[in-house]
Design a protein around this ligand. Structure first.
Ligand SMILES: Nc1ncnc2c1ncn2[C@@H]1O[C@H](COP(=O)(O)OP(=O)(O)OP(=O)(O)O)[C@@H](O)[C@H]1O
Ligand SMILES: [Mg+2]
Length: 401
């Protein structure tokens, strides 16, 4: 008997059993991890507090102006602790101040909502990490944000405190929208998060079937690929920025995301392999969008497209070298800030949180990571504002554009 014939009958069932056992053990660990972070039935709470100095900076007015508005009753009286000192303001309270002082950074009439895809077909490059931190940075600034989790792995959904296996049903995700005869628009799927100013369309494992649904619809009807675009455009009016977190594969959903976005960020870690996949991704974008245009789908332009170096360890000379090469290749099409590799992102991740949610830790690692995120996200915010004619005019007046 040949060795193959000997092995085959024995390995298949063993392999499946082993996989099933591994899966069970992994799910048990995840369940325990979640249980320590979110007590059963509890909801995620974002308990950020800002001092009056910080609140003044966020609102764009002086501390004195806030005190005066409180004294005159234009703002509610400050909550005081047992020691008679201000307890600090929540993000909702800061946003209320922005409303009262008229300092919301909202886009104005004629400014298009930005539909920003954080996309690369390569897995694990930091798409979801970046997407969630951009969303929260913008929310801290007072923008209205939606995040659309287009990935059945549901990383963004999890980061925003929802358990995709328990809290999210298939009908809460994009799936019904992709199904034949399904939802006419995306309004049903939007839900608030614990973050003031951020809504989410969540995902769960069932979203994987949307790939088949979308593929079936596509057959003989290429226009159906633009269904997601129309759905997103239909809801985008309520927001300044809609962020799309796609799956790491070239499938129907990824294509639909490419067609839906009007701005693109391409996270790329500084490794030769990742750089090669990004080059490949860019080629695919051009080819795919051209083929789609030939099939009668209008060409899509982007307000901006930037490569962003992610997971960069500046202590590694190989990383620095590859980043330099990326800068030489992409030039102005690459963000000048990189997302640095940071233990703080991992620390936050273990707690199913983001760095913006563990603001209280105050360690040097935290400060460094937070400053890095703020610098990177500040660049992205600037690109967004430059895409808005009314903001561009403001920026020009201030001499920054
Ligand atoms: N700058 C960073 N420093 C440290 N760890 C990071 C950093 N960015 C991402 N990670 C970690 O790398 C892993 C993959 O990140 P993430 O899930 O954001 O990638 P992704 O591109 O969305 O992956 P997928 O392709 O599976 O959707 C996560 O564990 C995340 O915590
Ligand atoms: Mg992801």
């Amino acid at each position: 008997m040949s060795p193959v014939a000997e092995l085959k009958p024995a390995t298949e069932p063993v392999l499946l059993d082993a996989l099933s056992a591994l899966n069970q053990r992994a799910e048990d660990v995840i369940a325990r991890l979640r249980a320590t972070v979110f007590a059963p039935g509890s909801e995620k709470i974002v308990d950020l507090r800002f001092t009056i100095t910080k609140a003044a900076e966020m609102v764009g007015r002086s501390s004195e102006a806030i005190r005066q508005a409180e004294a005159e009753g234009r703002l509610p009286p400050p909550r005081l602790g047992a020691n008679g000192r201000r307890e600090g303001y929540s993000l909702s309270e800061v946003n209320h101040m922005r409303d009262v002082f008229g300092t919301r950074p909202y886009r104005r009439e004629g400014d298009p909502p930005i539909i920003l895809a954080v996309q690369n077909f390569k897995g694990g490059v930091g798409k979801s990490t970046l997407a969630c931190h951009i969303a929260q940075y913008l929310a801290l600034k007072g923008y209205r944000v939606a995040i659309v989790d287009c990935d059945s792995q549901a990383s963004s959904t999890t980061m925003f405190g929802f358990n995709p296996d328990i809290d999210i049903q298939d009908e809460d995700t994009l799936l019904p929208f992709f199904q034949h005869g399904g939802a006419p628009d995306l309004q049903y799927a939007l839900r608030p998060t614990a973050w003031p100013g951020i809504d989410i369309i969540p995902a769960n494992l069932g979203l994987y079937t949307a790939e088949y649904e979308a593929a079936a619809r596509m057959r003989g009807n290429p226009d159906s690929l633009d269904r997601l675009r129309r759905g997103i455009e239909g809801m985008a009016d309520q927001y300044d920025v809609v962020i799309l977190d796609p799956p790491p594969a070239l499938g129907m959903i990824s294509l639909a995301v490419l067609r839906s976005a009007n701005a693109l960020l391409i996270p790329t870690p500084p490794s030769t392999v990742d750089f090669a996949s990004t080059a490949h991704f860019l080629r695919m974008i051009v080819d795919t969008l051209e083929v789609l245009a030939e099939h009668g789908l209008g060409k899509r332009g982007y307000h901006f497209l930037r490569v962003v170096a992610t997971k960069v360890d500046e202590g590694k000379s190989a990383h620095l070298q590859i980043r330099e090469m990326m800068q030489a290749v992409f030039g102005m099409d690459m963000l000048s800030a990189s997302l640095l590799d940071s233990a703080e992102i991992d620390n936050a991740n273990v707690q199913l949180r983001t760095v913006y949610e563990i603001a209280g830790s105050g360690s040097r690692t935290h400060e460094r990571c937070r400053n890095n995120l703020d610098r990177l996200n500040g660049e992205i915010e600037m690109l967004i504002r430059k895409a808005w004619p009314s903001h561009r005019a403001d920026l020009r007046r201030q001499g920054v554009a």
